[in-house]
Write a protein that binds this ligand. Structure first.
Ligand SMILES: N[C@@H](CCC[C@H](N)C(=O)O)C(=O)O
Length: 281
């Protein structure tokens, strides 16, 4: 069997997009997606995204498999790529299209605001321990500046769910963090029953954060949209940053706003097509 795909990236967080509009079941299994993501034996990507028919009154549904085959609830960079993919599939100009997308984290609304930029209404962040989920504190409490033992050190972490779990640590210098050795220990820590994405943040100014990320199911990536949103929320909760800030990632910058009006998070950043192809499964 052969499958048509288009490769996109959002700040170097890269995805294989599949046109799945004719069926509500992903055209690939998690194991096949894992093979496609392999950077040596496959196409190479951080995840595979399927554009399926809408559910619950939405225009489309997004399903995504991480490069390890696990299925996350949401993906911020991925949903910008999906919006660009849908506009390209529909032959629309990228000036003003807006889609309501069903995800496992609820309805998310990306809007194409120019040829390159997509602004996404990411919804309201969840803050209670039971919603992350984590056992770091009581189920009905917020997880703010909690001590967590990892790799023989106590880290002060704040946890936020953007539909998917994030564990955020503020540090003096993100470049000094040995992400390749400690990232996986955070991800698999027993206090996170569904594993976690892990962000390290350096506050450059109240409106400018530097971030490095270890993603659940993908490891070190060049950018993470939900992670940037969760990190801004953690910065506001701990009074380290403003409600609007630039988040600089290894792959480039995202603009994040936590609206005081509707409490939704708005993320703006690029979505770029790389190439199209056909893959023999
Ligand atoms: N890169 C994504 C997040 C993808 C999902 C994540 N690995 C998880 O398992 O939660 C983003 O841009 O948000």
């Amino acid at each position: 069997m052969a499958i048509e795909f288009t490769k996109y990236h959002g700040l170097g967080n890269d995805f294989i997009l599949i046109d799945n509009r004719s069926s509500s079941t992903p055209l690939l299994t998690p194991e096949q997606a894992q093979k496609l993501c392999d950077r040596h034996f496959g196409i190479g990507a951080d995840g595979v995204i399927f554009a399926l028919p809408g559910e619950n009154g939405t225009d489309y549904t997004m399903r995504i498999f991480n490069s390890d085959g696990s299925e996350p609830e949401m993906c911020g960079n991925g949903i910008r790529c999906l919006a660009a993919f849908l506009a390209d599939l529909e032959g629309n100009s990228r000036q003003s299209d807006q889609y309501r997308i069903h995800t496992l984290a609820g309805a998310i609304v990306p809007q194409l605001i120019s040829d390159e930029q997509v602004k996404v209404d990411m919804g309201i962040p969840k803050l209670l321990a039971s919603e992350i989920p984590t056992t770091l504190c009581a189920a009905s409490e917020k997880v703010i500046n909690q001590p967590l033992e990892v790799a023989g050190k106590t880290w002060e972490v704040t946890c936020v769910s953007m539909g998917n779990p994030h564990c955020i640590t503020f540090v003096e210098d993100v470049a000094a963090i040995p992400l390749d050795t400690i990232g996986s220990q955070f991800e698999h820590h027993p206090v996170f029953p569904q594993r976690t994405n892990t962000e390290f943040i350096q506050v450059v100014r109240r409106d400018y954060l530097k971030m490095r990320v270890w993603e659940r199911g993908a490891g070190i990536t060049l950018a993470c949209g939900t992670g940037a949103c969760a990190s801004l929320v953690a910065g506001v909760l701990t009074d380290r940053c403003d409600r609007t800030a630039t988040v600089e990632l290894p792959g480039g910058c995202l603009q994040i706003e936590w609206s005081e009006i509707d409490q939704h998070i708005y993320m703006t950043g690029p979505a770029t097509q790389v190439f199209q192809g056909r893959y023999e499964i």
